[in-house]
Design a protein around this ligand. Structure first.
Ligand code: RB5
Length: 143
């Protein structure tokens, strides 16, 4: 199950992504927001991260205007590896190397065509499992 959340700056792009997920038959849970009215992105980042850490969802997509605020918030959570991606190369690499479990997007940065390709790449690329990448991910969590 995929968790998806946004603020007002990401709301329109979230609708496009959900249309894509519906077409592909990919299950998701929407944690808001529900309009373009101004809201605070940390609220939605926290809901999505909590759903992943609880085991209710295995990956997440977070969208704000730039993707920056929402990814900064997500990366405060131990066990969350959020990657702000503006291209498919980064989306592929962050799955292979970082085993990123959250994709962050900027609704005011990437258009819907590119965003959907980034989502597709992120969801379809497995973690490499290479020892060096596992070691580095382990080091992220160390105090
Ligand atoms: C909202 O105006 C905007 O600040 C937010 O969507 C995001 O870009 C923050 O990083």
């Amino acid at each position: 199950m995929l968790a998806i959340g946004c603020d007002h700056g990401g709301y329109e792009l979230k609708l496009e992504i959900e249309k894509y997920l519906d077409e592909k038959g990919i299950a998701y849970e929407d944690f808001g927001c529900d309009s373009t009215a101004s809201v605070d992105y940390p609220v939605y980042a926290k809901k999505v991260c909590q759903a992943i850490l609880d085991g209710r969802c295995d990956k997440g997509i977070l969208i704000c205007g730039t993707g920056i605020g929402i990814s900064i918030t997500a990366n405060k959570f131990k066990g969350i590896r959020a990657a702000l991606c503006t291209d498919c190369f980064c989306a592929e690499a962050t799955r292979q190397h970082n085993d990123a479990n959250v994709l962050a997007l900027g609704g005011r940065v990437v258009g819907p065509g590119l965003a959907l390709k980034i989502v597709e790449t992120f969801l379809n690329t497995p973690f490499s499992g290479d020892e060096r990448h596992m070691r580095r991910i382990g080091q992220i969590e160390q105090e």
